[in-house]
Design a binder for this molecule. Structure first.
Ligand SMILES: [Zn+2]
Length: 414
């Protein structure tokens, strides 16, 4: 196997505890700073079945705090992903602060203020870094990418991009080459979320194939032809979109805007809701603020969520085809009127459904196409250079739990 990574990498030298302390310290008011040294920070995994309510109970937070939350905040509480890493800060046994992620960009910040607790959704502070890797196939594409980077998401996303154009079992030979330019997010010394592959190439049968991601999130070849296969369709006939997907970015005047991790389609009660793609029902029942909810697991790491339903017509475990009626529009859970809250998750992370659904006009045209092609050429050249260089060892590796270990020490992420 040959490796090549042209960018300089950072060392992760500070102890995690110090890093956490720095991160959490930024949430303290100056008056409370003296409390930090006595406080202890913990990193934990959000257990399966744990809810914000049980978290409040466990930490002796008055339940009134939960019941007083705005409906939108309770809806966000249902977005906490089990298995995700969250941070708590205790003084003796009193919870002072907690940071609980709800997706790659936003987290719930719970804080003690006098005798009371407050909660709001705030952006996750992270930095992202672009990496370039290349290798010659030794064992299998998938295993070789994981051996080089420790990143199974990266391996899965790479293979996904070439599915349909390459027959992996028959066409891939030992010595075939690949190169990937991608971006990774890092937070508190660990990578998190999914990689964003910006461009890649796979050399098979002495021919290079290139795939480049455009700003619209779709994959194209070097000539601007769309390669996306549109797995998913709009799940109902709707009147209008009453609320768009939002990451909850900082508003310059109003402060923080709350995230909304799905698309709300306004439609009359009893309107049929149809499976957005082929898949398997992995949840059918009541889910906190989302009311009657169905979740379908699709291929390629996609999940769809349908909330506030009036009636559910499928059972947990059912295999469904795209377009199959799974229930009807309602207003169950915390909802102000009949609508479908439609959520889309890629590798467990909420993404904007609109960007991933089948759309009629997906061809690049005019200036946009010219710009794309010019940009794609830059990526092609960078990938070609990567294919030519050799390196025996990767300068970094993801370890268990997502920790990034940098073997070179010229930069420090903090
Ligand atoms: Zn919604």
């Amino acid at each position: 196997m040959r490796f090549f990574i042209p960018f300089s990498f950072m060392s992760y030298t500070k102890s995690l505890k110090n890093t956490l302390k720095t991160a959490l310290t930024s949430f303290f008011t100056l008056g409370a700073l003296h409390a930090i040294n006595a406080a202890t920070i913990q990193e934990s995994k959000w257990e399966q079945g744990q809810t914000l309510l049980t978290f409040f109970e466990k930490n002796a937070i008055p339940l009134k705090t939960y019941y007083d939350l705005a409906p939108e905040d309770k809806e966000l509480a249902d977005e906490i992903i089990s298995g995700s890493t969250y941070y708590t800060l205790y003084d003796d046994n009193t919870l002072l602060q907690a940071l609980i992620p709800i997706n790659e960009n936003a987290q719930l910040h719970i804080f003690k203020q006098g005798d009371k607790y407050g909660m709001r959704a705030i952006p996750i502070v992270y930095f992202s870094k672009e990496h370039t890797v290349s290798l010659s196939v030794d064992n299998s594409l998938y295993n070789d990418i994981i051996r080089l980077t420790g990143d199974s998401f990266l391996a899965g996303d790479f293979i996904q991009a070439y599915r349909g154009s390459v027959d992996f079992r028959r066409e891939i030979r030992k010595g075939d080459q690949l190169a990937i330019i991608y971006e990774r997010k890092y937070r508190l010394g660990k990578n998190f979320g999914a990689p964003n592959i910006k461009a890649s190439t796979l050399r098979v049968n002495n021919r290079n194939q290139y795939v480049v991601r455009h700003d619209d999130g779709h994959l194209y070849d070097l000539n601007g032809n769309n390669l996306s296969k549109y797995l998913l369709t709009v799940p109902l006939h709707y009147k209008r979109i009453s609320s768009h997907f939002s990451m909850g970015r900082k508003h310059p005047i109003l402060g923080y805007k709350r995230p909304h991790l799905g698309t709300d389609y306004a439609a009359p009660r009893h309107t049929p809701i149809r499976a957005s793609g082929n898949g398997k029902v992995i949840f059918a029942g009541t889910k906190g603020g989302y009311g009657k909810t169905v979740i379908i697991q699709h291929e390629n790491g996609y999940k769809t969520l349908y909330a506030h339903m009036q009636k559910i017509d499928v059972r947990n475990g059912a295999v469904v085809k795209q377009g199959r009626k799974i229930g009807t529009v309602g207003s169950t859970g915390l909802s102000t009127g009949p609508h479908l809250h439609f959520g889309l998750y890629r590798n467990g992370n909420a993404v904007n459904p609109i960007k991933h659904l089948k759309i009629a006009h997906s061809k690049l045209k005019g200036k946009e196409k010219d710009n794309f092609i010019a940009n794609a050429k830059i990526y092609r050249d960078a990938l070609n250079i990567a294919l030519q260089k050799e390196s025996k060892d990767a300068p970094f590796k993801l370890k268990k739990g997502g920790y990034v270990v940098y073997l070179s020490t010229d930069e420090n992420p903090n």
